[in-house]
Design a protein around this ligand. Structure first.
Ligand code: ADP
Length: 170
């Protein structure tokens, strides 16, 4: 249960994964020998991709990276940490706008589980404006997200919105 077990957990919705997330994961595995990516199970009905799809996209992306394990979880993050015998939480910090929410979460998690330590990593500058919400909006409006999400994710996004705009005719 110490930091010495080398395990870190990167939790998020990842609806869907984009290059900002990929960048953070690649940085995290430079520091921690093992990383569990925790995909939060849908609590809101308006998620675009199901939990299974989000896990699958993440696994496809990191199939060649043995240090990365992808799992889904529900409920409190601190319970997921305890289950894994982990204490380190990785979060991405894009800009000042992320700060307040992330700061509150880090302190609340530590209150719930005093061993929990949150480590903030910053992505490459070119990914600092990226969010899953923005990526979905751009694709929904017919824009190009090449280079902003993994290719397999772009394909799934286009397929999903094509279906939405051209429902099957009966
Ligand atoms: P949430 O966990 O709030 O649902 P996400 O699943 O979108 O949000 O993101 C998971 C984590 O990745 C969060 O720590 C978030 O700050 C971080 N993150 C999101 N987008 C980026 C980005 N472009 N660059 C770096 N970190 C990011």
């Amino acid at each position: 249960m110490t930091l010495a077990n080398g395990l870190a957990v990167y939790p998020g919705s990842f609806d869907p994964i984009h290059m900002g997330h990929v960048d953070i994961i690649e940085r995290a595995v430079q520091i921690f020998p093992r990383l569990v990516v925790g995909v939060l199970e849908n609590i809101e009905k308006n998620a675009l991709f199901s939990t299974e799809e989000r896990v699958e996209m993440m696994r496809e992306q990191f199939a060649g990276e043995p240090a990365v394990e992808v799992r889904s979880f529900s409920g409190l993050l601190v319970n997921f940490l305890k289950e894994l015998d982990a204490t380190v939480i990785i979060r991405g910090m894009r800009a000042v706008s992320d700060f307040e929410y992330e700061f509150q979460m880090a302190l609340m998690n530590r209150r719930l589980y005093p061993h929990a330590e949150t480590v903030f990593l910053t992505p490459k500058e070119e990914y600092t404006y990226l969010s899953s919400r923005l990526v979905k909006e751009v694709v929904a409006l017919g824009g190009d997200v090449t280079g902003l999400v993994p290719e397999a994710v772009a394909a799934r996004l286009h397929a999903r919105y094509r279906k939405a705009t051209h429902p099957p005719t009966r």
